[in-house]
Design a binder for this molecule. Structure first.
Ligand SMILES: Nc1ncnc2c1ncn2[C@@H]1O[C@H](COP(=O)(O)OP(=O)(O)OP(=O)(O)O)[C@@H](O)[C@H]1O
Length: 452
């Protein structure tokens, strides 16, 4: 391993020890003693591959540093170091996007594994430092997934199977960490585009200035930093699927261009005057209420309807309690493999705790909790002792997300016609696609004068 690591630690002797350890292991490590100095270094020097930050700093904390990195769109994995008993805060840090956490006193083997894992993610997900790119490509199945068997999960998989073979634009909604990206990938692999590319783009990392060229490409010399031709995500996804994650974050200025591209199925790279054909299926995901964004003037309504030809709602984990044991077991096996452990089971008491918690961070949080438990377990059984304090009960949890839709009549008619076309006129299937009952479909067809 080698690469640039930034250590943010106010305990100087501990920081120096870490710095020496990294240097002995072939890294270049920079040490900062506080948040502000870390921000200065991160803004000025060459990009770092990993930031290893203490949770508590004299002029802030690791979580503030994390938020600052997010704000500045500096895509670097952050590992937070916590003291004994600060695991809850560390879990919050992970929900905010920290890559992982490490408990002090630091075990060098665990540190090595986490650094290796962060590097892998950095190589896989994030582009070379000098040219940050927000896409992730999936050319092969890298992870194993579990299909929940609860009624809401089964309903979701039925919807996936139904919509996957069509060309409809799918909008996936659900809380953070529910597995929306996994659903997008599943739709792609179950579609007739599965042999084509799957390009995932995090819309939150597209700046207003660069978004057009990232999405639609550019011609060499069309602006100062355009030192070579760029294909753009749309054309990279030609023949396959373009997944726009966190689509609510798409800069408003680019939304019109996106709509035009979708309607005309053509892109015009920046700095050119020629339109190029593109054949791309669009899948989007959001964990925010886009209707509110529309009301507030932050998201175009016409684009919303174009992207939302079919909506899939990914249930929260607290709505699928019966799936928790199989997910937990799956994450236990995954952690065993990745951490070289042999933890065989989760005790019934521990399972009861897991089932009773409200999981605001959903599958991502469950995965982190189980990984931590596998690390902490000395024997072969995960007991309540190896779980963090999971105290908030389900009853105290938040209300469900409102995903109801209101559509303009013209658009509604258009959607019904499209759905009927996709399923060759089968009204039962069209009603499922539109997520309305058959009777409502008949009424609407009558209302819009669509031949029965
Ligand atoms: N069906 C599944 N089986 C096993 N692991 C899963 C499954 N779905 C999701 N995961 C895991 O849960 C975590 C969160 O999944 P994912 O990133 O797809 O969620 P998301 O809803 O897209 O999150 P966000 O809203 O933050 O973008 C990931 O580690 C993913 O690998």
């Amino acid at each position: 391993m080698n690469g640039r690591i930034l250590i943010v630690e106010d305990d100087r002797s501990f920081g120096l020890m870490l710095q020496k350890w990294f240097e002995r292991n072939g890294f270049s490590a920079t040490l900062c003693s506080g948040m502000v100095s870390a921000q200065e270094v991160l803004s000025q020097s060459e990009p770092f591959q990993i930031v290893l930050s203490d949770l508590r700093l004299p002029d802030g904390d690791g979580i503030m540093l994390l938020s600052w990195l997010n704000e500045k769109r500096l895509a670097v994995p952050v590992i937070i170091m916590t003291g004994y008993g600060e695991v809850q805060t560390a879990v919050s840090a992970i929900k905010l996007g920290a890559f992982d956490f490490l408990e002090k006193p630091i075990n060098p083997d665990i540190l090595t594994k986490k650094i290796e894992a962060a590097f892998e993610v950095k190589q896989e997900n994030i582009a070379p430092p000098e040219k940050p790119r927000p896409e992730r490509k999936y050319n092969k199945e890298t992870r194993v997934f579990v299909e929940g068997q609860s009624p809401l999960s089964l309903q979701m998989y039925t919807h996936i199977d139904l919509v996957a073979p069509t060309q409809m634009a799918v909008m996936i909604v659900g809380e953070s960490g529910t597995g929306k990206e996994h659903v997008a990938r599943l739709i792609h692999t179950r579609s007739n585009r599965s042999s084509g590319p799957f390009i995932a783009v995090d819309c939150g990392s597209l700046s207003i200035e660069l978004a057009p060229s990232e999405l639609f490409g550019h011609k060499k010399g069309s602006f100062t930093s355009a030192i070579e031709d760029k294909t753009g995500f749309f054309r990279e996804a030609h023949g396959g699927t373009l997944f726009l994650d966190e689509v609510g974050n798409l800069p408003y200025g680019v939304q019109m261009q996106l709509l035009r591209t979708l309607q005309e199925k053509r892109v015009r790279p920046v700095g050119t005057s020629t339109d190029l054909d593109v054949d791309v299926r669009i899948i989007t995901a959001t964990n925010e209420n886009l209707e509110k964004a529309i009301e507030e003037g932050n998201f175009r309504e016409d684009l919303y309807h174009r992207l939302n030809e079919f909506m899939i709602r990914v249930p929260s984990l607290r709505e699928c309690e019966e799936d928790i044991p199989s997910y937990a077991d799956h994450f236990r096996e995954e952690a065993n493999r990745e951490l070289g452990r042999e933890v065989a089971v989760i005790s019934p008491d521990a399972l009861a705790v897991l089932k009773n918690y409200h999981w605001p961070g959903n599958l991502r949080e469950l995965r982190n909790v189980i990984r931590r438990a596998v690390l902490f377990t000395r024997g072969s059984i995960i007991t309540t002792d190896s779980l963090p304090l999971l105290t908030t009960r389900k009853e105290e949890s938040f209300p469900k997300m409102d995903i109801s839709l209101s559509v303009e009549p013209e658009e509604e008619k258009e959607r019904i016609l499209r759905a009927l076309e996709q399923v060759k006129g089968n009204k039962t299937k069209a009603a499922v696609l539109l997520q309305i009952d058959r009777k409502t479909l008949y009424n609407k067809m009558h209302q819009y004068n669509i031949g029965l």
